[in-house]
Write a protein that binds this ligand. Structure first.
Ligand code: HEC
Length: 189
């Protein structure tokens, strides 16, 4: 009986000591246990990857016809250089009118005179599109804003007017811009 206890003690002693090693043993697929994680939107460290978006995907916020950021400097540049890529035809104007009705009219009003149904005091100073007196940040009045100014305002907003980039596609923004320029800026003149 004593011998048996001695043997058992010896065996468990060997097992106990053999487990005292830092070697984790053979890992069949180490990347599955310790995946090379990357934080969302962080810089990557994957060698060989050049950062070019995968074919058929679009980088976040990328616009193919308008590459200006939300600064005053870029607003002024956009006013000078951005060109509406859409044709001025009845179809685009009709789409622009419908989109204006959905996204702008409640503040800017059906005729663009700032008399929309939103009456909260925060939006008390909605400018008239056909105003020819009060100079805006680009040093011209509302009725002379260029396509780039309007597209920039829709994309990035201005003070109480929030940005509409996430709600309105690039193409739709140009349609609204076309409608504002063709139908509202000179209304009543
Ligand atoms: C929630 C109300 C609201 C909505 C919706 C809104 N706007 Fe405005 N918008 C304003 C206000 C308020 C201002 C004046 C901001 C200021 O001068 O501080 C303004 C200013 C502007 C300006 C002048 C920007 C400049 O450069 O001076 C343009 C252009 C404009 N809006 C176009 C639009 C268009 C187009 C839409 C629809 C896509 C739209 N807005 C939707 C409230 C709104």
């Amino acid at each position: 009986m004593n011998k048996l206890i001695l043997k058992l003690a010896l065996i468990s002693g060997i097992v106990f000591l053999s487990s005292c090693t830092s070697d984790t043993g053979y890992e069949f697929m180490p990347n599955m246990y310790r995946s090379p994680s990357i934080e969302t939107y962080a810089e990557h460290t994957i060698s060989g990857y050049d950062g070019i978006p995968v074919e058929g995907t679009i980088a976040r916020g990328y616009l193919s016809t308008f590459n200006y950021d939300g600064t005053l400097e870029d607003y002024l540049l956009a006013g000078k250089n951005a060109v509406n890529p859409l044709e001025n035809n009845t179809e685009n104007l009709a789409d622009g009118k419908a989109l204006y009705g959905m996204f702008c009219e409640h503040c800017h009003g059906a005729t663009g005179s700032g008399d929309g149904t939103v009456t909260h005091p925060i939006y008390s100073a909605v400018p008239h599109y056909n105003d020819d007196k009060l100079k805006r940040r680009c040093d011209v009045p509302m009725c002379e804003l260029k396509a780039g100014h309007i597209f920039h305002a829709i994309t990035y907003g201005l003070n109480a007017m929030g940005p509409h980039a996430s709600q309105i596609s690039e193409d739709e923004r140009w349609k609204i811009t076309l409608y504002v320029q063709e139908e509202l800026q000179n209304l009543g003149k």
